[in-house]
Design a protein around this ligand. Structure first.
Ligand code: NAD
Length: 317
């Protein structure tokens, strides 16, 4: 069993670390927020007093942090994060430690973090996830991996505990690349499905009738059949629970922002993906911190739509 350091014990990292403990791994955890540390301690994670202490004896350092900025600051150290005079996780770990980052970050940040780890004498890989908090709790996450074969072989037993599926997408940054491509489709398809339902409402269709057609026709997609944005047709979808997340609109806006950044860096002209990023950014800002599922975008489509025109008299001429 590997000695694991787990840095970032939030909504995702907390249950992922707990699953590693349940599988018999020695996990030492660190987070900036005391409540996260308390929850992790309750699940059997040994709590460290600092990030440096957490990683000092680790074979593998797992990070599950909000963004690329947080990741790079944690790796290299930054004022107020590692404490004055400390050099970050990379400086505190033993040479040859495997750094396994599971956060969702910009592809360029993932590659920069990987390069910094290798330069410091370590091994590194990216393995962002899909499956949300339920997948983290249930150990059923999908890992999209950017790694050398040997590093994936080392991390494999840990990934198998935390997830149900591991896809090797290529070298460093490859996991993040796959994740943002997928989520660009997810954001765009949810927006398209939501627009179709609002149009259907205006044209006099019931939600169920439109669902029955689209779910077995060429409009079929995950946003419709697993996560239907209107209440009724798919009982488990957040629309039936007042759009409680689920997958928060703020996280979708973040992932689409990462996709938009990659579009800019690569020069790809993605009219639909780029527009979805703008729409979700405005939607997330309008929520002002209130947690709403990303499928609630259907409500903003309704709100933005102008009142229907009064139907014209039949042409009798
Ligand atoms: P979260 O905000 O709940 O947890 C992040 C944790 O990192 C926080 O507890 C924070 O205190 C801690 N942290 C930040 N900087 C730190 C540092 N320097 N040292 C130690 N701890 C630090 O976020 P989350 O929902 O757990 O998401 C984590 C990552 O997983 C994000 O990149 C997110 O995009 C990705 N993700 C989330 C979901 C989801 O449904 N929540 C799904 C897929 C991917």
């Amino acid at each position: 069993m590997s000695a694991v350091a787990f840095v970032g014990l939030g909504n995702m990292g907390g249950p992922m670390a707990a699953n590693l403990v349940a599988a018999g791994h020695a996990v030492t955890g660190y987070d900036l927020v005391p409540e996260a540390l308390e929850r992790a301690a309750g699940a059997g994670v040994r709590v460290a007093g600092s990030a440096a202490e957490a990683v000092a004896g680790a074979d593998v350092v797992v990070t599950m942090l909000p963004s690329g900025r947080h990741l790079l600051d944690a790796y290299r150290g930054a004022p107020g994060i590692e404490g004055p005079g400390e050099g970050g996780l990379l400086a505190a770990a033993r040479p040859g430690t495997l750094f396994l980052d599971c956060s969702t970050v910009d592809v360029a940040d993932a590659r920069a973090a990987n390069a910094a780890a290798v330069e410091a004498g370590h091994r590194a890989m990216d393995a962002p996830v899909s499956g949300g908090v339920a997948g983290a709790e249930g150990g059923t996450l999908t890992f999209m991996v950017g790694a050398e074969e040997a590093d994936l072989a080392t991390a494999g037993p840990l990934l198998e505990v935390m997830g149900g599926r591991v896809v090797h997408c290529g070298g460093p940054g490859g996991g993040q690349a796959a994740k943002i491509c997928n989520n660009m489709v997810l954001g765009a398809s949810m927006l398209a499905v939501s627009e179709a339902f609002v149009l259907g409402e205006r044209l006099g269709l019931t939600h169920q009738a439109l669902y029955d057609v689209m779910s077995t026709a060429s409009g079929q997609c995950w946003s419709l059949t697993s996560y239907c944005p209107v209440p009724g047709p798919v009982p488990a979808s957040p629309a039936n629970h007042d759009y409680r997340p689920g997958f928060a609109a703020a996280l979708m806006a973040k992932d689409l922002g990462l996709a938009a950044s990659a579009l800019g860096q690569t020069g790809v002209e993605a009219l639909v993906g780029g527009r979805a990023a703008e729409v979700y950014r405005a939607f997330a800002e309008s929520l002002d911190g209130v947690p709403r599922d990303f499928s609630a975008i259907v409500e903003s489509v309704r709100e933005r739509s102008r009142p229907p025109e009064v139907s014209a008299e039949p042409d009798t001429g």
